[in-house]
Design a protein. Structure first.
Length: 67
């Protein structure tokens, strides 16, 4: 059993306290470096870079307003 779920990791990404747009840029660079490799999503221990980017972009308005 894993100590943290993928959902918890995504939430932590969004609330880590650093500039969210920089996190998006970071995960885009990681996505480029990783290419198309990696396990299928259901076997992955962490959210994919694409999923992290998607979640961060969805949460940006809420993060910026401090809600």
């Amino acid at each position: 059993m894993r100590p943290f779920s993928r959902a918890q990791e995504l939430e932590a990404d969004a609330r880590a306290g650093y500039e969210p747009t920089e996190a998006v840029a970071f995960w885009r660079r990681m996505q480029q470096l990783a290419g198309d490799g990696g396990p299928p999503a259901f076997l992955a221990t962490h959210p994919s870079s694409a999923r992290r980017i998607e979640e961060l972009l969805e949460q940006l308005p809420e993060i910026r307003t401090g809600a």
